[in-house]
Design a protein around this ligand. Structure first.
Ligand SMILES: *[C@@H]1O[C@H](CO)[C@@H](O)[C@H](O)[C@H]1NC(C)=O
Ligand SMILES: *[C@@H]1O[C@H](CO)[C@@H](O)[C@H](O)[C@H]1NC(C)=O
Ligand SMILES: *[C@@H]1O[C@H](CO)[C@@H](O)[C@H](O)[C@H]1NC(C)=O
Ligand SMILES: *[C@@H]1O[C@H](CO)[C@@H](O)[C@H](O)[C@H]1NC(C)=O
Ligand SMILES: *[C@@H]1O[C@H](CO)[C@@H](O)[C@H](O)[C@H]1NC(C)=O
Ligand SMILES: *[C@@H]1O[C@H](CO)[C@@H](O)[C@H](O)[C@H]1NC(C)=O
Ligand SMILES: *[C@@H]1O[C@H](CO)[C@@H](O)[C@H](O)[C@H]1NC(C)=O
Ligand SMILES: *[C@@H]1O[C@H](CO)[C@@H](O)[C@H](O)[C@H]1NC(C)=O
Ligand SMILES: *[C@@H]1O[C@H](CO)[C@@H](O)[C@H](O)[C@H]1NC(C)=O
Ligand SMILES: *[C@@H]1O[C@H](CO)[C@@H](O)[C@H](O)[C@H]1NC(C)=O
Ligand SMILES: *[C@@H]1O[C@H](CO)[C@@H](O)[C@H](O)[C@H]1NC(C)=O
Ligand SMILES: *[C@@H]1O[C@H](CO)[C@@H](O)[C@H](O)[C@H]1NC(C)=O
Length: 656
């Protein structure tokens, strides 16, 4: 009974013509211009109508590619720019990290101006996100070379094998062991990456060209070079080291003030570097943090026994262990580039291998100790949305979207050196970590902040600077923050590896305070030549037992079978049993519920409450925050009047 129904649905789903699976080569709707600083570089862009519903219709958007000749080919870097909800001169560049690498995951799952919601079976829509970072800044999302929507020529037809998480060239019929759900044809970046793609300097240069081209094409979004709230660079997870090296590369390219004014090169000054759930900056701290987090976390939740943690530090310190490998990576002994790359890859595999005891002995998510290993959150519905013909033509993409790991950038450079240099140039360095994350946990984030401050005399008082409460609104304290001058570390309460997903309001407020250069604790204007937080010596306030969070059941996304489906669902997907609705596999159609009718607590399709205010940044003062009475003392939302206008805009969902 069940089977026959599934088979029928299965066939209905895949009666598409073969041609429709591949993306058309050229999109005539893109405007192409030459870059001002280099005529060999072009920019092709358009207004991506219908791709992302913003809080206000007045917010301009441009998406496209900057096409750069490299090694006799062309590499095209994808960008998507969204104007802030209210006029501002701040510009923020977002770079994702993690296993995916495309900034589209941060855009759609964490802090972008909009999010995808299910409206009905096979009907997705986009709505404005309340705490999107466009609330405080103009936003520029960038995909690194050969990641996400970025591509290198020649683009090539192939098949995407979701089970092995890989692309295959040329396209093949669905193999016997798989099903059309997990094995799809599409058009992708060249299967041969650039020779230099694993090279930090080469990557930095490509991103620099993108910024030069974008800022000269859209000079209205460049910030005055003397502005204190100029261009910020925010990066996530394992991209933190690359982000630090990018910022220092940009600065090294700036024309010196003495050089002639004829230069067509625009100065790019990064005023703040924000690192969310940073990993890979300080490997020894990261290794030790895997023991601390397992034995002694603030939730009184033992994750491993003492014995189970023993292999962690021994794998780090033993001969040819992580420490030795890292040393050979950072100080290569006259070996060739490819040998260095190999040893660097081994070093990083070794470091991330230190999470194996956790993965073996717990059935919890690496990204959130309160979730099961097949963590359904944040949800991945955007993967299906981004591959719909309507979305691809809205941005004029010649390729499908994939969320495959990027080639690791060269890891030989020490990012802590770059960060200290940026700090000495007056760049604000802000780290923040969610306290439920295991992979890039807050103990590691905290130790990294201490390593940055260490051996830097101006910041020698950092380790004794007190942790102040992170005041988010009149009633909520979102974490604990230590800030001395331009350096800060913040522990975000009750957040996993995706702090914007777990704590959207808190993460937004921290973001706005970083880019404005205010107190991270209160949002007040402060003088960063002398400011220091006051408070407790540690941020280790323990909470009650982990709240029995209302974790939805695992969800099996057909475009991410390996990451999201448990064994039983994988088998069913590969056999083509069950149904797929909006990119998610279900046992039967009855398991899918109308959005809004779910019992799993996830805010589904319905529009936000009509009282949602879509603008404003919260500021208060510590003295006002003393819990005396609930009235008075707090300054309020910047601009409530404008916010109320939002109601009608928000209600108008975009159909797609
Ligand atoms: C542009 O490309 C041409 C031909 O490859 C080369 O000769 C020229 O130097 C390039 N110009 C710049 C500014 O790189
Ligand atoms: C890049 O590598 C390929 C082999 O993978 C080689 O044939 C080609 O010459 C290289 N190109 C450059 C510019 O080094
Ligand atoms: C993903 O999240 C959105 C918004 O939070 C929701 O509307 C949608 O239904 C979710 N997708 C699934 C498969 O639950
Ligand atoms: C992909 O295949 C389609 C259909 O055969 C074809 O029209 C298209 O040109 C191909 N694209 C590329 C990049 O080869
Ligand atoms: C993908 O997985 C299948 C099933 O285990 C296997 O037969 C196939 O060889 C794998 N392909 C690749 C490229 O790893
Ligand atoms: C994918 O393309 C290949 C080669 O053109 C073709 O044999 C196969 O049937 C296509 N797959 C599907 C699911 O249509
Ligand atoms: C990185 O790439 C640049 C440009 O392609 C090259 O000049 C440099 O030698 C490379 N560095 C390393 C370490 O491979
Ligand atoms: C920045 O420079 C412009 C002129 O180049 C000047 O008008 C403006 O006042 C300066 N702003 C600051 C904050 O110094
Ligand atoms: C756990 O943390 C507490 C407080 O920071 C500390 O006193 C204790 O030594 C730690 N225990 C272990 C096993 O690390
Ligand atoms: C690529 O996009 C086309 C058009 O939307 C779609 O039919 C196809 O399934 C996509 N392929 C992949 C691998 O996502
Ligand atoms: C922090 O950076 C600002 C410029 O962004 C600078 O004026 C200030 O002196 C810096 N503070 C310290 C202690 O270096
Ligand atoms: C304060 O922030 C918390 C966490 O973001 C949120 O749940 C709560 O609704 C907010 N309260 C007010 C009054 O805005």
């Amino acid at each position: 009974m069940l089977l026959s129904r599934s088979v029928r649905l299965f066939c209905a789903c895949f009666s598409v013509t073969a041609l429709a699976q591949f993306v058309p080569l050229q999109d005539a709707s893109l405007t192409t211009l030459n870059a001002a600083h280099d005529p060999n570089i072009t920019i092709s862009y358009k207004v991506p109508k219908g791709a992302c519903k913003t809080a206000f219709d007045t917010q301009k958007q441009f998406s496209g590619w900057v096409n750069i000749p490299v090694e006799g080919r062309s590499t095209s870097l994808f960008f998507w720019f969204i104007e802030a909800r209210e006029p501002t001169s701040t510009l923020t560049i977002w770079l994702n990290g993690g296993t995916g690498g495309s900034s589209m995951s941060g855009f759609w799952q964490e802090n972008g101006p909009c999010e995808v919601v299910e409206k009905d079976k096979d009907h997705l829509e986009v709505k404005a996100r309340e705490w999107g970072w466009d609330r405080a800044s103009n936003m520029l999302y960038i995909d690194l070379p050969s990641v996400g929507f970025s591509y290198t020529t020649p683009i090539t037809n192939g098949s995407y094998d979701s089970y092995n998480a890989t692309t295959i060239f040329p396209p093949e019929p669905v193999p016997k062991w798989s099903s059309p759900w997990a094995f799809m044809n599409g058009t992708f970046s060249s299967p041969y990456p650039l020779n230099s793609s694993a090279n930090t300097t080469a990557t930095a240069r490509l991103v620099w060209h993108l910024l030069q081209t974008f800022l000269s094409t859209f000079p209205q979004y460049n910030t005055p070079s003397n502005s204190s709230t100029g261009i910020s660079l925010f990066a996530k997870g394992t991209t933190a080291p690359l982000a630090a090296l990018l910022a220092s590369y940009f600065h090294s390219q700036n024309p010196s003030t003495s050089s002639t004014t004829l230069s067509t090169t625009l100065p790019i000054k990064i005023t703040s570097l924000g690192l969310l759930s940073p990993c890979g900056l300080d490997p020894l701290s990261q290794a030790q943090s895997y023991v601390t987090m397992a034995l002694n976390n603030t939730f009184h939740l033992p994750l491993l026994t003492q014995d189970q943690t023993t292999p962690i530090m021994s794998a780090y310190h033993r001969r040819r262990g992580c420490s030795d490998l890292l040393l050979s990576c950072r100080h290569p002994s006259s070996s060739t580039n490819s040998e260095t790359l190999l040893v660097c890859l081994q070093a990083w595999e070794c470091i991330y291998g230190l999470t194996i005891p956790y993965q073996q002995h717990t059935s919890r998510s690496l990204y959130d100790i309160s979730s099961p290993s097949f963590d359904p959150l944040p949800n991945q519905t955007y993967l299906t949305f981004l591959n719909s013909p309507k979305f691809l033509s809205a941005i004029g993409s010649p390729i499908n979207f994939t969320d495959l790991p990027p080639p690791l950038p060269a890891l030989g450079d020490d990012p802590l050196v770059a960060i200290k240099e940026l700090l000495s140039q007056g760049v604000r360095i802000a780290l923040l970590s969610g306290d439920r994350d295991y992979l890039c946990n807050w103990y590691s984030g905290q130790s990294t902040s201490l390593s940055i401050a260490g051996s830097f005399s101006r910041y020698s008082a950092f380790h004794t600077t007190g942790y102040a409460p992170l005041l988010i609104n009149k009633t909520y304290t979102g974490g604990s923050t230590r800030q001395l001058f331009n350096l800060s570390f913040t522990r975000v309460y009750d957040a996993g590896h995706f702090p914007s997903h777990s704590q959207p309001e808190t993460t937004f407020e921290i973001f706005s305070r970083i880019i404005l250069g205010s107190s991270i604790s209160t949002g007040e204007k402060v003088n960063l030549a002398s400011f220091a937080t006051k408070g407790t010596p540690e941020a280790d306030k323990t909470g009650p037992e982990l709240l029995a969070t209302n974790v939805p059941n695992a969800r099996c996304y057909i475009r991410k079978v390996a990451d999201t489906c448990d064994d039983e669902s994988v088998r069913a997907v590969l056999r083509g049993e069950g149904v797929v609705i909006n990119g998610v596999w279900y046992n039967s159609v009855g398991d899918w519920q109308l959005p809004g009718q779910r019992s799993d607590g996830e805010a589904a399709g319905e529009a936000a409450p009509t009282s949602t205010i879509m603008t404003g940044i919260f500021t208060t003062s510590l003295s006002a925050a003393k819990p005396t009475s609930s009235s008075g003392g707090f300054s309020s939302w910047d601009n409530p009047a404008r916010g109320l206008l939002m109601v009608s805009v928000l209600a108008g969902l975009l159909l797609l």
